[in-house]
Design a protein around this ligand. Structure first.
Ligand code: ATR
Length: 283
């Protein structure tokens, strides 16, 4: 019998992480044995990760605040990680070198497609310009999706502008497809059909300061944050404003985890089935 694959998630705080639950659902579904733990990083991430791999670790996920350190640690990166400049998944290759990937953006896109988000011709507003936004923007710029425009609005507008400049330097997206602005510059005469909350505000139970008219014109809203109940302050606010399709980020979490699992094992789990099980177990 082959040994269980030794995996973990690094971060701080980490006790709340549901990644072990998600991966146990994938393991049961695919018949691939995994031993997936949680590792709290209190000092040097690189030292903790090296010790894990030296002790037989096959792969790991990396969460806040270690993602930039993981990017610095790995020997080589996938294109997704290179573009995002942050790593959320590491695989130990057969020769002992470390491969870094960023599955957050593709995890979101997989979930948006599963939910039939109206992306073709959409005007998308992304609220926030942190590491999460860096991860999700590149897949949304894929020409096959046909998104008309993506605007990043952020309290610190220079961070949104830096993402736009970096994507332009990488020649991602059509000219003018991606732009940045401050909250005070949001154009109400140019309504957004899709709103994605990529700020950390839901974690604190707070809302981004968007004009009410902007919520009212949207057809689809998504919060990268999730709760066991499937609602956040942001999703509840969107529902109150009549947005017909509103989701929290549990599907993205399961989606990005599935892509990590596939990188380690070569087997892609069924995300929809796993999501239903994870939601039920959380409930
Ligand atoms: P992550 O890596 O998960 O994206 P982050 O880098 O800490 O997390 O980014 C958090 C995002 O939430 C940022 O866009 C941040 O805005 P700033 O870049 O101006 O800091 C946004 N955010 C956090 N608190 C906020 C607040 N009170 N009002 C508006 N935006 C806020």
């Amino acid at each position: 019998m082959s040994q269980a694959l030794k995996l973990t998630v690094f971060g701080n705080p980490i006790a709340h992480s549901i990644s072990p639950l998600v991966h146990s659902v994938f393991a049961a579904q695919t018949g691939i044995a995994v031993d997936y733990g949680r590792t709290k990083v209190e000092g040097d991430f690189a030292a903790a990760a090296r010790a894990f791999f030296a002790a037989g670790g096959a792969g790991c996920n990396v969460t806040v605040p270690c993602k930039p350190d993981a990017f610095a640690l790995v020997d080589r990166c996938t294109q997704s990680a290179e573009i995002a400049q942050v790593v959320n998944t590491i695989k130990r290759e057969a020769d002992g070198t470390l491969l870094g990937d960023n599955t957050d953006g593709r995890g979101l896109l997989t979930d948006l497609e599963r939910l039939n988000a109206p992306l073709a011709g959409a005007h998308v507003l992304i609220v926030g310009a942190g590491g999460a936004t860096r991860g999700i923007v590149p897949p949304l710029l894929e020409p096959r999706l046909g998104i008309a425009q993506i605007t990043i609005v952020n309290r610190t507008v220079s961070k949104a502008e830096a993402i736009v400049a970096d994507m332009a330097a990488l020649k991602l997206g059509a000219p003018g497809q991606l732009n940045a602005c401050a909250f005070t510059e949001l154009k109400l005469n140019e309504p957004f059909s899709v709103i994605i909350n990529a700020t950390s505000l839901s974690l604190k139970g707070e809302l981004p300061e968007l004009p009410d008219a902007l919520y009212s014109s949207a057809r689809f809203a998504y919060d990268l944050f999730y709760t066991p109940q499937g609602c956040t302050v942001f999703t509840e606010h969107c529902q109150r404003h009549g947005i017909p399709a509103v989701y929290d980020g549990l599907g993205m979490l399961v989606g990005q985890a599935a892509l990590s699992f596939a990188l380690w094992t070569g087997v892609m789990p069924d995300i929809g089935a796993a999501l239903a099980q994870v939601r039920a177990q959380l409930g």
